[in-house]
Design a protein around this ligand. Structure first.
Ligand SMILES: Nc1ncnc2c1ncn2[C@@H]1O[C@H](COP(=O)(O)OP(=O)(O)OP(=O)(O)O)[C@@H](O)[C@H]1O
Ligand SMILES: Cc1ncc(CO)c(N)n1
Length: 287
């Protein structure tokens, strides 16, 4: 398939450009897709934390979603921050009507700063969405999100992580990419589990950087884009993971913000085009 993948992100915003919709659009473009965006919630945040969330009326959300799909044939959808029950239910209803061929659900719940991006009372609605959706779905929880979906205590080992991913995959009949970024390890391996429990390791190098803001958003949008080109999940996840590691490796060259900065979404492209070659990483890890 040679066409440019048309990928829609349905998520919240980050004015500093490292997470949410802004990160998704960069990730989609970096993987060679055409990015589109429907905003669920406006978030006043920066690299240090969340200051405020404003959720416009859901009727306006519905108008955005229908506006895109009445006009554009969408190849893949990525869901990010959904914030409250009314938003989750509006998106679930729209998915039921539109049935995008490929869907990545990043079950965004809590920011690194500890602020809620999904209200606790909306978790049940998100679980209902996962159980009902009829598209070909990949769910991409981090370690705490996986524990909520599996109704278990947070995984402490890679083997716990795989077990919980299998519980979630079987309970909801979905594919799960359980992310190991929050495990205290010298690598950043993730694990991909099919609805029938088939488990595949997705190995990843650990990059010594504190600039990991928006890695989950960027990875899920990148996987959605790569899935359209590859036609299946595993090669899409491997390609997106390799791109993420390269983008994390160059994160320290960006100098955006005083907190946990963003990744450098186009580092690989810039370096191969000779636009900007980051200096070699030297010295001690920042953390
Ligand atoms: N230091 C790191 N080096 C390499 N890969 C990393 C590092 N930290 C996270 N990752 C990878 O980034 C991806 C996102 O993982 P993580 O568990 O951090 O997700 P997340 O918590 O949803 O992200 P965020 O909330 O920051 O957007 C995973 O593939 C993970 O393995
Ligand atoms: C809008 C938004 N979505 C997700 C995250 C998690 O990285 C964030 N900080 N902001």
């Amino acid at each position: 398939m040679n066409a440019v993948p048309r990928v829609l992100s349905v998520a919240g915003t980050d004015p500093t450009g490292g997470a949410g919709i802004q990160a998704d659009l960069k990730a989609i473009a970096a993987l060679g897709g055409y990015g589109m965006a429907v905003v669920t919630a406006l978030v006043a945040q920066n690299t240090m934390g969340i200051r405020a969330v404003h959720a416009p009326p859901v009727e306006f959300l519905r108008r955005q979603l229908d506006g895109v799909c009445d006009d554009v044939e969408v190849d893949a959808v990525k869901l990010g921050m959904l914030f409250d029950t009314a938003i989750v239910e509006t998106v679930a209803d729209w998915l039921g009507r539109v049935r995008p061929p490929a869907l990545v659900v990043d079950p965004v719940m809590v920011a690194t700063s500890g602020d809620r991006l999904l209200l606790p009372e909306a978790e049940a609605a998100l679980m209902r969405l996962l159980g009902e959706v009829e598209s070909d779905v990949l769910v991409t929880p981090n370690l705490p999100e996986l524990a909520v979906l599996a109704s278990a205590a947070p995984a402490r080992t890679e083997s716990d992580l795989s077990d919980q991913a299998r519980v979630v995959a079987s309970a909801y009949g979905v594919r799960v990419l359980a992310k190991g970024g929050h495990l205290d390890a010298d690598h950043s391996d993730d694990v991909l589990v099919a609805p029938d429990g088939t488990t595949t390791a997705i190995p990843g190098r650990r990059v010594a950087t504190r600039h990991t803001h928006g890695t989950g958003c960027s990875l899920s949008a990148a996987v959605a884009t790569a899935r359209v080109r590859h036609g299946s999940w595993e090669p899409a996840v491997r390609e997106a993971k390799a791109w993420l590691t390269e983008s994390l490796q160059a994160a320290g060259t960006l100098h955006v913000g005083r907190g946990r900065g963003p990744i450098s979404h186009f580092a690989g492209l810039w370096s191969r085009a000779g636009t900007y070659a980051p200096p070699p990483v030297t010295g001690r890890p920042i953390d």
